[in-house]
Write a protein that binds this ligand. Sequence first.
Ligand SMILES: CC(C)(COP(=O)(O)OP(=O)(O)OC[C@H]1O[C@@H](n2cnc3c(N)ncnc32)[C@H](O)[C@@H]1OP(=O)(O)O)[C@@H](O)C(=O)NCCC(=O)NCCS
Length: 296
Amino acid sequence: MTRGFRLPDRTYLPAIFERLAIAEQDELEILAGWPSPTMEPETWRPLERAYRTLVADMGGCEIRELPGPASVESTSLGRYFFVYVYLAALAEARRFHRERGIPDDISWATLSDLGRNLVRDRLLFGSGGLRTSSWLTLHFRGSIYELGRLQFNRMRVRAARVANAFREGDHALGIHIPENGRLSPEACDDSFARARSFFARHFPETPTRVGICTSWLLDPQLADYLAPDSNVLRFQRRFTSIGEGYDGDADILRFVFHRIAPDIDELPQRTTLERAIVAHLRAGKHWRNRTGWLEL
Ligand SMILES: CC(C)(COP(=O)(O)OP(=O)(O)OC[C@H]1O[C@@H](n2cnc3c(N)ncnc32)[C@H](O)[C@@H]1OP(=O)(O)O)[C@@H](O)C(=O)NCCC(=O)NCCS
């Protein structure tokens, strides 16, 4: 049984904000918009609805969009709507982790992606908030885990059969690369090794050795620009490509420059990758998000 939408007691908030890597600037805005059950029902009810949608699917692996606020307002409550939903669901997420025997450090490292996403949102939109809900539904339903450098989520294969390796509907682990320093091969080796034992131990009912990644990092066109021993190309070479991918211009601009639809003449040109992205687009070419798989 889950309880209704209830935010954590204020006395616990400093410790919670710290664990979730929520920066002071966000903390102040979150407190400023703090919802209360005495507020108008049309504001309170959407929070309850989003919370119920999330916790009703605890342990679920499909990425989900939660129902949002009644109106998309620029108030703190509007911009941080999903943060309140995740704060209310924190107790459920932690209980799920405990029941699965997930070590505390992995539990908090995983959930602290909330703070990292707030930083990213502020860079993208120029003001604080969390505009999309879907990515963090994985964290707060216990379906993704941060194991060292990489994150892994429980998923089912959507691609068609690949030789004898896997076929549609099989269990697999999605691989994600948070923005958290460089992507050294050693750190990746360590994460892959941890993923193998972690999921076998904590989720033995869905055994798998298949890891799948969809990202701008797997676009083979990057090899025209980056050094063969760059971390991105070394990461890319671990994977066998599946399918043709899809347009990746928006994603590469978001992930590398933290910009939505920028004027490319105004983008910084400090690094090889920054110069590559702009030169490629100026030449009228496009980046692609590509999918690849590997055996864990
Ligand atoms: C993935 C990531 C960690 C790789 O960084 P890395 O380990 O430094 O990568 P490489 O060694 O291959 O870097 C090669 C070149 O690209 C540059 N580069 C790599 N990532 C960069 C970034 N995000 N912004 C600007 N330049 C970057 C490096 O500085 C280097 O250029 P230089 O030799 O002129 O300095 C980094 O791009 C990142 O944090 N990205 C954001 C998260 C992300 O995109 N995740 C995937 C989501 S699908």
